[in-house]
Structure formats: structure tokens, C-alpha cells
Design a protein. Structure first.
Length: 139
């Protein structure tokens, strides 16, 4: 179980040298199912914890680095949706690897790997909870 401070506050205001995103939460209805999906797609292990009535599973992180972190959250306030914000998850080195595991893990690819020029590649998928998500890679 993760035991560190996952939301490391910044002491600097948002600017060109800071992250515009500090933390993200992907709403889920079933934390076990969602964790299994994301672990399978991205070939990762996610630590779990419960805090203030919210069940959480964290993407790999190193607190205190200043990098944006986040996880899956199940609570009465968290409602999965295809209509909200779209989060682009890192699928380097080539998103075809992770994208190829989406449907096997119970999700649906809604936009295949798409070239976005000098910015790399992107793809959209719907996870097992019904969230519209995206992934990005440089190759």
C-alpha cells in the first residue's frame, strides 16, 4: 500500500516552468476492475489506499519530483463519463503497445493511433468504467 504524500503542493504559481496539472483523478465505479484494466493496458502495478471514504489506486509515481501524478478514484462524488475532460496518459515509447492491450483488458479503442506531426501520436479509448481517455507517445 502506498504510504507517502501523493499530492505534493507546489510553492510556485502556474507558469511556463511549472506543471499546469498537479493531480488527476479518473472516476471509477469498480476500483478492482478499473485497476486490473489499467495495470493490464500499461503493464504497471498500482498501489491502493482508502482515504476519507474514497478508494484509490495510484499510477506509478515518485512524490516530490514535481511531476503530475494521479490515480483511479471510487466514491459517491466520482462518476465515470465519456463527456468530461480527456486525460492523455503516457504510452511511450510507442502507444501501439498499450493500445493493443485495451480491448483484451475490456476497453474499447475509439480512435486508432493518429499522427499529430512533430508532437508524436495520440489515440482515444474508453476504459472499463466508461471514461473517454487518451494516450500519447513520441513514436
Amino acid at each position: 500500500m502506498y504510504s507517502g504524500n501523493f499530492m505534493t503542493p507546489t510553492t510556485r504559481p502556474m507558469n511556463s516552468k511549472t506543471n499546469s496539472l498537479n493531480w488527476f483523478e479518473i472516476p471509477v465505479s469498480d476500483i478492482k476492475r478499473a485497476k486490473k484494466f489499467y495495470e493490464a493496458v500499461f503493464n504497471i502495478t498500482m498501489d491502493e489506499m482508502e482515504m476519507a471514504g474514497t478508494k484509490m489506486a495510484f499510477f506509478p509515481m515518485e512524490p516530490g519530483t514535481g511531476k503530475a501524478n494521479g490515480g483511479l478514484c471510487q466514491s459517491e462524488m466520482h462518476r465515470p463519463s465519456k463527456d468530461g475532460c480527456i486525460i492523455y496518459l503516457n504510452a511511450d515509447p510507442d502507444l501501439n503497445d498499450a493500445l493493443g492491450r485495451v480491448e483484451k483488458a475490456g476497453g474499447q479503442v475509439t480512435m486508432p493511433k493518429t499522427d499529430i506531426g512533430e508532437n508524436g501520436f495520440m489515440a482515444f479509448f474508453v476504459d472499463t468504467e466508461g471514461n473517454q481517455m487518451a494516450m500519447h507517445s513520441n513514436a
